[in-house]
Design a protein around this ligand. Structure first.
Ligand code: HEC
Ligand code: HEC
Length: 201
């Protein structure tokens, strides 16, 4: 009974609150709808801001601050002529693999890119094996950290995570302000592999 009374009191209070305030109906015009500022009926009047990627060639650009600790740094230099990344060609690796990076003054890929968290999958004698076990029965396989001789193929498509940036005014203001654990967190080297179990901020 007590509980029921409680519900009744709650309902009564709710009714008071609803009747006590004026409900204003906010309407949004078609011009204001969405991030573009043109009517939905005039596609031809809707022109996106021109994309304005960095023009500085690699070696002459300034690195950009990271969005948060151990976030993938965005590409500060022009990538004209470096794309597409194909199965047989990845120009990013030419400068960013550790053995090359020092020579061209590029940031080397971090240790995390030379390791893999995926189960080691191999094609052996016509069969797929995960961690040495036939793929047909993989349920009990635990994912281990595998060191790689070179770049982990999990990282081959650099631009899935690292992208050039256009300097357009943002459509929506960014309210997020990151906290870095060290003073060099925004522009210093990344160390995800070392702090993996501490989490990111
Ligand atoms: C000709 C060598 C060269 C090539 C090719 C190249 N880069 Fe770079 N990259 C650099 C250099 C040098 C820097 C350091 C900034 C500078 O001096 O311009 C840099 C900086 C970066 C950074 C920022 C690193 C940081 O510390 O914040 C990222 C990310 C990056 N490049 C990704 C790429 C990707 C992805 C590709 C392929 C699309 C690529 N780069 C191709 C030389 C290169
Ligand atoms: C799956 C996403 C992903 C892919 C693919 C990827 N990266 Fe990264 N990259 C990251 C993240 C996240 C970090 C920062 C954290 C870390 O791993 O240390 C990073 C860091 C870097 C850094 C900064 C290193 C430092 O010490 O500051 C460079 C340079 C870089 N990556 C280059 C590359 C290149 C070149 C490729 C392609 C060969 C590539 N990355 C592919 C996610 C990725």
């Amino acid at each position: 009974m007590l509980k029921q009374n409680g519900v009744l009191v709650g309902l009564a209070l709710g009714a008071l609150v609803i009747t006590g305030c004026t409900i204003t109906q906010q309407t949004v015009s078609e011009e204001e709808m969405g991030l573009r500022k043109t009517t939905l009926y005039a596609e031809e009047k809707t022109v996106a801001d021109p994309t304005n990627y960095a023009k500085s060639v690699a070696g002459e650009s300034q690195v950009l601050g990271r969005a948060f600790e151990n976030a993938p740094p965005m590409i500060p230099h022009d990538v004209e002529g470096m794309m597409d990344i194909t199965k047989d060609m990845n120009m990013c690796m030419d400068c960013h693999m550790p053995e090359m990076a020092a020579m061209v003054n590029a940031t080397p890929v971090p240790a995390s890119h030379l390791a893999s968290f995926r189960p080691l999958t191999q094609y052996v004698g016509g069969e797929f094996q995960k961690e040495g076990v036939l793929v047909v029965n993989t349920s009990d396989i635990k994912t281990a950290l595998h060191s790689r001789e070179g770049l982990s193929m999990d990282r081959f498509t650099c631009t899935a995570c690292h992208a050039p940036q256009s300097d357009n005014a943002p459509l929506v203001a960014n309210q997020f302000s990151p906290e870095f654990r060290s003073d060099t967190g925004a522009t210093g080297n990344s160390n995800l592999l070392d702090v993996l179990n501490e989490g990111v901020r």
